[in-house]
Design a protein around this ligand. Structure first.
Ligand code: SAH
Length: 355
């Protein structure tokens, strides 16, 4: 999971650095642009929450993390209560980890916590919440002597995507160049036909296909660990399961969509997660995959309604807020349908509940 950034992530003017790089070396891939812009963005901005650019499920309500924590505690119990570690990829403010651990403690499970986080700024926020966690830049340094219970919420969508565009002169890599008014996407060098998956070759000229080599590599490495050490991965993100979805690169700034090529480093660049591709990589490494299922369905299957009722009973003054959060997490027009949950299960481990 090395950074693709060709430049210093926290340099004061990432746009200027990228423009200079393109000037010197020619157009750069969408993947390199997105990687550099996001590395800068997460290193310099606290993006999550009402005052930031976007809100994530753990920030909507404590119920989300509690349900995820209970799902992991349940599978840990069914695996025979081994000495296992909790791992979170891209923990943001640390809210999800805190809520998971509270629910896990009720089930008699208090695992050591390992965070994969590249942003120094977010590491500080996480340290305020969980001073005893261990931080890693990549998964390579995670413990090798125990099962790993790994959670990733809105993490894979932040990893840089590679794009190909079909033109009248064949498939080309999609690149970013310096235009008159700033950065612009354009078809780049021809790509080898073999790089275009056979089931996507029919796409009309102008059509774009995406892949996320970093996500696939990471899933492969995680699956190998789960296969060898035991444990599970729960990946929760917005995305699709199969088929081609064209260009899904998007930018969000101050809770509104923005132009992904304008002002890199100031907005959150994401792409929809291709769950079928991730599942394929995990299966190839010998692990079992469950889902993806829709987030709303999964949370409800695991008892979100009961949890909401208990919280509202204990704090009647917050009943409206709790039912709003429930709706936000589960309704098909909110996060309920677009967000999906997929589990990867190591050898001899039971499948988590809810699939
Ligand atoms: N999971 C949190 C935060 C999601 S935002 C939540 O649900 O609220 C994405 C998180 O992934 C941030 O913490 C960001 O710093 C981290 N991140 C993004 N790219 C990363 C990378 N390549 N390696 C490690 N962490 C990364």
């Amino acid at each position: 999971m090395s950074s693709l950034s060709p430049v210093t992530p926290a340099s004061p003017d990432i746009a200027q650095e990228l423009a200079a790089l393109i000037e010197a070396e020619g157009p750069i891939s969408i993947e390199r642009f997105m990687g550099a812009a996001n590395a800068h963005y997460y290193a310099t901005r606290d993006a999550i929450g009402a005052a930031g650019d976007f809100i994530t499920a753990p920030e909507v309500s404590q119920m989300f993390g509690e349900i995820v924590g209970l799902a992991l505690a349940d599978v840990w119990q069914r695996a025979g209560r081994p000495d296992a570690a909790l791992v979170e990829l891209g923990p943001g403010h640390g809210t999800l980890a805190v809520d998971m651990l509270r629910a896990m403690r009720v089930a008699g499970f208090a695992p050591p916590v390992h965070f994969i986080e590249t942003s120094p700024l977010l590491r500080e926020k996480q340290r305020d919440q969980l001073p005893n966690a261990t931080w890693h830049d990549t998964i390579q340094t995670l413990p090798t002597d125990r099962p790993l219970l790994i959670v990733a919420n809105e993490f894979f969508d932040a990893l840089p995507v590679h794009q190909l565009i079909n033109t009248f002169t064949g498939w080309r890599e999609r690149v970013v160049r310096n235009g008159i008014d700033g950065f612009e996407a354009a078809p780049g060098e021809p790509t080898k036909y073999g790089e275009v998956p056979p089931h996507l070759r029919h796409v009309d000229p102008g059509g774009i296909i995406e892949s996320c080599p970093m996500a696939r590599g990471l899933i492969r490495a995680i699956a190998r660990r789960l296969h060898d050490q035991g444990g599970v991965l729960l990946a929760i993100d917005y995305g699709y399961d199969g088929g081609a979805h064209g260009d899904t690169l998007q930018a969000v700034h101050a809770h509104a969509y923005a132009d992904p090529f304008a002002r890199p480093g100031t907005s959150d660049l994401t792409a929809h997660v291709d769950f079928a591709a991730l599942a394929g990589s995990a299966r190839a490494a010998g692990t079992h995959v469950a889902g993806p299922v829709e987030q709303g369905q999964w949370l409800i299957a695991l008892g979100l309604s009961d949890r909401a009722a208990v919280l509202a009973r204990n704090a009647p003054g917050r009943a409206h807020e709790i039912s709003e959060a429930y709706r936000r997490l589960t309704h098909p027009e909110e996060m309920g349908e677009l967000f999906k949950v997929m589990a990867v299960t190591g050898r001899n481990w039971p499948e988590p509940a809810g699939f």
